[in-house]
Design a protein around this ligand. Sequence first.
Ligand SMILES: Nc1ncnc2c1ncn2[C@@H]1O[C@H](COP(=O)(O)OP(=O)(O)O)[C@@H](O)[C@H]1O
Ligand SMILES: [Mg+2]
Length: 243
Amino acid sequence: MAIPQEEDKSTEAQLEPTVEKRNLLTVNDVERTFQVGGSPLHVLKGIRMELKESQLIMLRGRSGSGKTTLLNCLGGLDTPSKGEILFNGSPFHSMSDNQRTLVRRKHMGFIFQAFALMPLLSARENVELSLRMAGIPRAEWKDRVVQCLELVGLERRMNHRPFELSGGEQQRVAIAKAIAHKPMLLLADEPTAELDSGMSAQIMAVFQDIIRTEQVSICMTTHDPTILEVADHVYEMVDGKFI
Ligand SMILES: Nc1ncnc2c1ncn2[C@@H]1O[C@H](COP(=O)(O)OP(=O)(O)O)[C@@H](O)[C@H]1O
Ligand SMILES: [Mg+2]
């Protein structure tokens, strides 16, 4: 006998009540306008989005659609011309520059397309540098560096410098560096753009791992259609708006 679909669903819902996840980021009607040669250039035109704890979301769109501009606003490297960004319940958009810098240093990590490692430092020293910058006590550095490099599968490359590593390995060091101080939010701007598909898949697997083990949320931009399936949500950006 066929059980009606609706009844089936409600039974499941009763057995497994879903625990509501908290919003880490809430973006309300964000606009960003630049003055270019005396006239306004509207780059973000009313963005609304949310990112919950332990989620991975992707911003996808062509070059010039406004992805980096939005990511910069989310990370406090830039501020919206209008609208609100709530981070962990606080109004990030209206904080003073100093407050925003403190929040960013303590609770956010950044990953870029071009890996952004110090070329003369080993993998270990690169990760250590990030702990030093975040003001983590020196006594905790050694264990945390090893832990982070293990998380990204590079425990056997700790003493290598960037030029002795592949592009994918360099990006994994950059991830270890970005999560070392235990941020709540990781912002990644086209982290796989310089990598082949195999290395990109490894980076996405590392992202999924650290969401589980480090309870971090990730917002990344991409224009690679092959990696979208691992996202909890994909926002499609066209000309400063989500479609
Ligand atoms: N500081 C700025 N001043 C003027 N225009 C800018 C500035 N930053 C970005 N833009 C413009 O905003 C548009 C979107 O850029 P961007 O956010 O980098 O797009 P994407 O990352 O999707 O390629 C582009 O036309 C770019 O030239
Ligand atoms: Mg960009």
